[in-house]
Design a protein around this ligand. Structure first.
Ligand SMILES: Cc1ncc(COP(=O)(O)O)c(C=O)c1O
Length: 365
């Protein structure tokens, strides 16, 4: 599937990879916080104060702090900090299991979505990717009278960077009093006026809309996150045994995550810088003839134009000291049937780096 490479420096706009320096346009550290001095200091200090963690079933201040800061960041009464973003969807569909009868899932949702919904024992009905009409038709076809649907999808798809049309989904769900769950691993910290993610972006932060996020991408830390009200927290406690039967996230991860949330909350200009870089690069790539849409998402997917061999392009960029990801056909959950190049844009990329990337792509024909 993927060529795995050894990263030899903290995630950032310039990286040492297998002995060589590159301009780095891969991964998900959209603000390069994984290498930020404040996060590293917070992780070290908390580890000295508390050790690596409390083990199963106990709490420690850095864990509680993540939840308090996250609740404030997301504007919710509470938040649950969990051991991985991958498990966030599991938490949601199990916590809410008494409130819906059948699951409707975008057919190219992330692996974590499918693993979660298969574990809950309800009927599963996939609908065509990103397609509100397809969802509506599948609901009409598959839902029995009086049943409540739960719709689940990625908010932002990890390879293509496509945004799920959540406002349309909410409108379609309204007559059924349905539930919307969003895996927003790539939306939180990035999208929306306050960085609260896809629900905020689409203006659908409401009672029956839930998100599972991660602290391991934009926030520069580690672990999963579920913002919500006290009722949701109570349902998690009642229906999900993981927090009772497994260790919480490690203390250095918690302390770094807390600091990442603090930094993004204190510095909205970081989001603006990211959006400016995204808009600039998207515009320049369109100038090269790539069909790149206007979107605030920092994941840009290049499809082949004029018969361009994208795997070859990735190799040439690499020789020129620029690292982007080549994603083979169907090489990841939402990867299309043709090979693509995935470019990740960071707030810390300089204009000169973005221009170098564009010029190197132009040289590839
Ligand atoms: C859409 C999506 N959901 C969940 C995850 C898992 O997140 P974490 O790495 O925090 O476990 C990923 C990881 O890349 C992802 O892309």
């Amino acid at each position: 599937m993927y060529e795995e490479m050894m990263l030899e420096s903290p995630l950032g706009p310039r990286m040492r990879i297998e002995g060589r320096e590159y301009d780095y346009f891969c991964g998900t550290s959209y603000y390069c916080l994984h290498g930020h001095e404040r996060l590293i200091r917070a992780a070290c200090e908390a580890t000295r104060a508390y050790g690596l963690g409390p083990a199963t079933g106990w709490d420690m201040p850095p864990l509680r702090e993540v939840e308090e800061l996250a609740a404030s960041f997301f504007g919710t009464p509470a938040a649950k900090y969990i051991v991985s973003g991958y498990l966030g969807n599991f938490f949601l569909v199990h916590a809410l299991k008494d409130e819906y009868h059948a699951i409707f899932v975008d057919e190219v949702s992330h692996y974590s979505v499918f693993d979660a919904i298969r574990s809950v024992g309800k009927p599963i009905h996939p609908f065509p990717r990103l397609d509100p009409g397809g969802l509506e038709a599948t609901l009409k076809d598959r839902l029995r009278p009086g049943e409540v649907p739960l719709v689940i999808t990625d908010g932002v798809f990890p390879v293509t960077g496509a945004m799920a049309p959540l406002r349309d989904y909410v409108e379609i769900l309204a007559p059924y009093e349905g539930i919307l769950c969003v895996d927003d691993s790539h939306g939180v910290g990035v999208l929306g006026e306050h960085g609260r993610g896809s629900l905020e972006h689409w203006g659908v932060e409401g009672e029956r809309c839930y998100l599972a996020g991660t602290l391991s991408k934009a926030f520069g830390g580690f672990g999963g996150l579920i913002p919500g009200d006290e009722a949701l927290m109570e349902k998690i406690s009642r229906n999900v045994r993981i927090p009772v039967g497994a260790s919480p996230p490690p203390i250095p991860a918690a302390a770094a995550s807390a600091e990442g949330i603090r930094i993004l909350g204190e510095h909205p200009e970081m989001r603006e810088r990211l959006w400016e870089n995204v808009a600039y690069l998207r515009g320049r790539l369109r100038g090269l003839g790539f069909p790149v849409e206007d979107s605030p998402v920092p994941i840009i997917s290049l499809r082949s134009v004029r018969g361009l061999d994208l795997k070859g392009v990735q190799g040439k960029l690499r020789e020129a000291g620029i690292m982007v990801k080549y994603v083979p056909p169907r090489g990841y959950s939402d990867a299309p049937g043709e090979g693509t190049i995935r470019i990740a844009v960071f707030s810390e990329h300089t204009r000169a780096q973005l221009d170098r990337l564009v010029e190197a792509l132009r040289a590839c024909g």
